[in-house]
Each structure stands twice: as C-alpha cells, then as structure tokens.
Design a protein around this ligand. Structure first.
Ligand SMILES: Nc1nc2c(ncn2[C@@H]2O[C@H](COP(=O)(O)OP(=O)(O)OP(=O)(O)O)[C@@H](O)[C@H]2O)c(=O)[nH]1
Ligand SMILES: [Mg+2]
Length: 326
C-alpha cells in the first residue's frame, strides 16, 4: 500500500472545517423549484456530504494499520521499537468507533430531515454539533497517527537482494568500511523518532548490486543491555542479513578492549547465521596482535584497513559469498 494514500493529519477542527465547507458548496447545487422542498434537500445534502468526507478520511487513516501489517519484519520491529504497535492499534480502533458512530448518526439525521421531524436547518445543525463532539474525542489519536504516518514515511528503504550487515562496537570503523567498499556516496536514512542514521551503500555486480548496511545502535552492544523490544528489532535483522561482517578493532583505539569485542562477537555469532570476523585498522595493528586475536577467536579472519583503502580481502569475500545468490 502506498503511504501517499494515507491522508495528512488534521485536528478535529480542521477536518470539520473542510467537511462543512465542501458540504455547503454541494448544497448550493440543489435545484428544486419548491422553496420548502429545496431547503429540505439542501440540508440533507449537507449532512450527506460532510459525513461522506469525514467517514472516508477516517477510513483512509485507519489503513495505517494495514500498512504496518504488510511491512517487512525489520520495519515492523523498528516501528514497534519506536512507537509501539499496541498503541497504534488502539488509536485506530478509536477512529473506527468514531466513524461508525458518525455514519449511524448521518442515516438518522437524513431520515429525520426527509420525514420532516423538525426544522431541517435545526436538524442539520444538530448533526454537525454531535459530529464535532464525537470527533473531539479522537483528538489525541488523530495527532498520534499523524506522527505514525511520518514515522512510516521515514522508514529506511531497504532493497531486496543480497544484503551485508556490518556489526561491531562503536568506533571500530564500520562506517569507514562501508564507504571504502562502495564506490558511490552512501545513502543516509534516518530511523523514525531518533536522530540515528542508517548508512546504505551498494556494490554494483553486473546488472545487480550488493547492499551493505551499517545500522548504528543495533549490533554494537550486548543483548543483555537491551530491553525486550530492542531485542526484537535486533533479531528482525535475521530476516534481512545474508551475511554479517563483524568488525574488530584489534588496536583497541576505539575504546573497547578486545575481550568485550570478542564477547559481543560470540553473542552475535550465536544469534545469527553467517557471521564473519574482520580485523580492521591493519595499518596500525602489529602482526603479532592479529595472530593473537585470531587465536582467541579460534580461526582465520579477514584483514583490512578501511581508511587506507586496503579492503580487497573483504571485498572479494563479499563477492564470493554472494556469487550464487544474486
Ligand atoms: N588507522 C585507522 N583508523 C581507522 C580505520 N578505520 C576507521 N578508522 C578510524 O576510526 C574512527 C571510527 O571510524 P568509524 O568508521 O566512524 O567507526 P564506526 O564503527 O562507524 O563508529 P560508530 O558509527 O560510532 O559505531 C575514525 O576516526 C576513523 O578514521 C583504519 O582502518 N585505520
Ligand atoms: Mg558509524
């Protein structure tokens, strides 16, 4: 579903103003010779047109629910983490409640006008007043769903296809590596409701491309430090990542000692498939340090220097891994 089909967020007053103005305009088009009958028809038209507009607005707003349901798991988890889906659904329920109430009121008001159960103008005003009062009860929800729409609009667009996710503690060189691996400037996308940015870069391979993602704040600290919801967002990366490169800084200039880097690596390795260690900052790493680290990790690693453009080993590994998957 297209997010553009979700209407802009209006306050109840704004929504009523638009609906009533449209209704008044439509009512002026009523052409009946008999004055009394014309008045009746015009007021009935105002009720119908305003109700139609409001009901259709609310229906379209409620579609935010489908938009979330059909989002891919990573996006759904991001939304869950940032706004909480339970709250979204209860706001949508409130809009449905208002929509149904206004639709019923419309049927009753029009019938009353047609059956001459009072002065048509008074009956129509009565409908307007009650509608305003119902909509007033959805003020908080309309406002909140406006924010949700914005969050959905700003979700990072992640393409399908072979995807490499970069993991590792802060400052080890993940973003530098992404920049080095991808020939064009990376796309920068914001997470909803935070100031964090996701970096996306692409390695062209013939007509296809390999996508590389650097998601700060996600795979950069132990799961034990996370609440339940954050864990969900992290685990949703499983659906997305074909290959995870875990970046180490053996020089520890990043500020994190090797033992904490290794324990995060172990954790990610046990929760995800296809996790591969990369030793970055090889330009300033003594040979014996790399060997020691490899021993601790328990196997060979890829070595690179992201800032010195020595990243061929990593690049060929990515190309090799993606070979039968593109
Ligand atoms: N000498 C050297 N410095 C590097 C290398 N790669 C990255 N750096 C430096 O390490 C610092 C951190 O690099 P970033 O690429 O920002 O690291 P990051 O992992 O993306 O950090 P966060 O986004 O905070 O998680 C920067 O000052 C880089 O210049 C490298 O291969 N060699
Ligand atoms: Mg970074």
């Amino acid at each position: 579903m297209d997010i553009k089909k979700i209407p802009p967020a209006y306050t109840p007053e704004k929504l009523l103003q638009i609906a009533f103005n449209r209704a008044a305009k439509e009512a002026r088009k009523v052409q009946v010779r008999n004055k009394g009958l014309r008045k009746k028809r015009a007021e009935e038209r105002r009720v119908r047109e305003s109700a139609d507009y409001i009901v259709s607005y609310l229906t379209r707003m409620e579609k935010l629910g489908d938009k979330i349901e059909t989002a891919d798991p990573f996006h759904r988890e991001l939304l869950e983490t940032c706004i909480g889906l339970k709250r979204v659904h209860s706001a949508i329920d409130r809009l449905s409640w208002a929509r149904i109430k206004i639709a019923k009121l419309e049927v009753r008001s029009r019938r009353n006008i047609r059956m001459r159960k009072g002065d048509p103008v008074t009956l129509r005003k009565d409908f307007y007043g009650k509608t305003a009062s119902i909509l007033g009860k959805t003020r908080g929800e309309l406002n909140f769903l406006g924010d949700v729409k914005l969050a959905i609009k700003n979700l990072p667009t992640i393409k399908e296809g072979y995807t490499v996710v970069l993991a590792g503690m802060p400052n080890v060189g993940k973003s530098s590596l992404l920049r080095g691996l991808t020939p064009s400037t990376p796309e920068i996308q914001t997470y909803p409701f935070t100031t964090k940015n996701i970096l996306l870069g692409y390695i062209p391979v013939g007509p296809r491309e390999i996508q590389i993602i650097d998601t700060p704040g996600i795979l950069d600290r132990p799961l034990a430090d996370r609440n339940h919801i954050e864990k969900q967002a992290i685990l949703a990366l499983r659906e997305l990542a074909d290959l995870i490169l875990f970046v180490f800084d053996p020089t520890e200039t990043c500020g994190y000692p090797m033992n904490s880097q290794i324990s995060l690596y172990r954790e990610i390795e046990s929760n995800f498939q296809n996790v591969n260690p990369v030793l970055n900052k090889s330009d300033i790493t003594p040979g014996e340090t790399s060997e020691k680290v490899e021993k601790e990790i328990g196997g060979p690693t890829l070595k690179c220097s992201a800032t010195e453009d020595r990243i061929d080993e990593v690049k060929s590994f990515i190309l090799q891994s993606s070979k039968n998957r593109l």
